[in-house]
Design a protein around this ligand. Structure first.
Ligand code: UD1
Length: 420
């Protein structure tokens, strides 16, 4: 199991190229299942979750051809399975995004529930309820959620009682090949959802309202082959900016999409960062100053992203003053706090709010990654800590960050991967 060894205390500066967005890539790869022909996707990030999705598609008979420019060609002409098995789903909850495409193409799907969880405990209840509106019948047996629409999918009206990103994506994909019109209300507006919609349009789908909370889809009989370029990863981009800001340093990101990052950039400015942006680059400069603590509440897009929450707790931990960070999207998403406390951070956790009083310096310590974004925050904490920090269970980070240690080294960080 790999670890990251970080010797903290260096101010970051330099340039980093942002990779393609993981959360856009996963559903976009799944659209291949809907097309009886070749599709090509560019700007694919090199990540473990992407590899898992490609393996999953491969198991269903999709031909996968990766090239070394970060593009992939997929051909589901000979798709031969509608099953997403436990051994792959358990490593990636986002595997659920094959549900909509399988139902759309084959009118049936069997997707394992991760970790043996029932619907409700680790919920996909909103996905199920919405797809039922399109004529799908579901049952849960043997740890699998099994959906069938013997007469094919029929468009309908879907109103999500709670905003769900992958739930919106599943319905969008299913509706693209359903008979008639589907309207999705209270749809997620995340850029990754819009990127999926743009990709579906490139493959022949008819979708209006892209980027809004009401999506209107006119089902078509078949999608056709095509090409789509995946948007840049706003969470990866934000993580590097926060890392640079926490160290009082500077950083320029290239190949990014600043217009997707307003909430993060506003908070960084509040923290004292000087920010310049063009259409595809962001430059951040703290001019050597310590950041100021910020207050944050996570909400759905275009609000502040839950996937950036942990990184800002790390920034607040070494900032001037006190800050409050409240998580409203997920329960139990504060697992980085006890690890940061072990590094000397002064954080009080009441319910879903982390109140931080910044300290001058954190102290390096062995810490444990618990999930993807929590691990990123521990790397940031390690970068601003005195001495050595060893971040264990790096596989969490490799799910969502492409060669994070190489990119950070390019910014001057003292960080290396240790294989044990
Ligand atoms: C996606 C992102 C994830 C991000 C999250 C919120 C992908 C692959 N992952 O996850 O990185 O943190 O959006 O922006 O895109 N819920 C239910 N029932 C459901 C579905 C969701 O109760 O059927 C709840 C969840 O428990 C959570 C909230 O709704 O509290 C939002 O979750 P959702 O938007 O669905 O997250 P994901 O799509 O899984």
């Amino acid at each position: 199991m790999d670890r990251l060894l970080i010797r903290g205390g260096r101010q970051l500066s330099g340039e980093v190229k942002v990779s393609g967005a993981k959360n856009a890539a996963l559903p976009i790869l799944a659209t291949a299942l809907m097309v009886p022909g070749k599709v090509r996707f560019e700007n694919l990030p090199h990540l473990n979750d992407v590899t898992t999705m490609l393996q999953l598609l491969g198991r269903m008979g999709v031909e996968v051809l990766l090239d070394d420019t970060g593009s992939v060609e997929l051909d589901a002409s000979h798709m031969n399975s509608i099953v997403a098995p436990y051994d792959l789903v358990r490593t990636m909850r986002a595997s659920i995004v094959v549900l909509g495409p399988l139902l759309a193409r084959a009118h049936e799907a069997e997707v394992s529930l991760p970790g043996g969880c029932a619907i409700g405990a680790r919920p996909v209840n909103l996905h199920v309820k919405a797809l039922e509106r399109l004529g799908v019948e579901f049952e849960v047996t043997d740890g699998y959620i099994k959906g069938r629409a013997p007469g094919g999918l029929v468009g309908g009206k879907v109103l999500f009682e709670k905003i769900t990103v992958t739930g919106t994506e599943n319905v969008l994909m299913a509706a693209a090949l359903a008979k008639g019109e589907t309207i999705i209300e209270n749809a997620a507006r995340e850029p990754e959802v819009s990127d999926l919609a743009d990709c579906l349009v490139a493959l022949g789908a008819k979708i209006e309202g892209i980027g809004s909370d009401t999506l209107c889809i006119q089902g078509v009989e078949q999608l056709h082959g095509g090409t789509h370029r995946i948007i840049p990863d706003r969470i990866e981009a934000g993580t590097f900016l926060v890392a640079a800001a926490a160290t009082g340093g500077s950083c320029t990101l290239t190949d990014c999409e600043p217009k997707h990052m307003d909430a993060t950039l506003l908070k960084l400015e509040e923290a004292g960062a000087h920010i310049d942006r063009t259409d595809t680059t962001i430059s951040l400069d703290m001019q050597g100053r310590r950041p100021k603590a910020v207050d944050i509440t996570t909400v759905e897009y275009p609000g502040f992203a839950t996937d950036m929450q942990a990184q800002f707790v790390a920034l607040n931990a070494v900032a001037e003053g006190s800050g409050r960070v409240t998580e409203t999207i997920f329960e139990n998403r504060m697992m980085h706090i006890p690890e940061m406390q072990r590094m000397g951070a002064k954080i009080d956790l009441h319910g879903a709010t982390a109140s931080t009083t910044g300290v001058d310096r954190l102290k390096g310590a062995p810490v444990m990654s618990t999930d993807l974004r929590a691990s990123a925050s521990l790397v940031i904490a390690g970068l601003v800590a005195d001495g050595e920090t060893v971040v264990d269970r790096v596989y969490h980070i490799d799910r969502g960050y492409e060669r994070i240690e190489e990119k950070l080294r390019r910014l001057g960080a003292d960080i290396e991967r240790v294989r044990v």
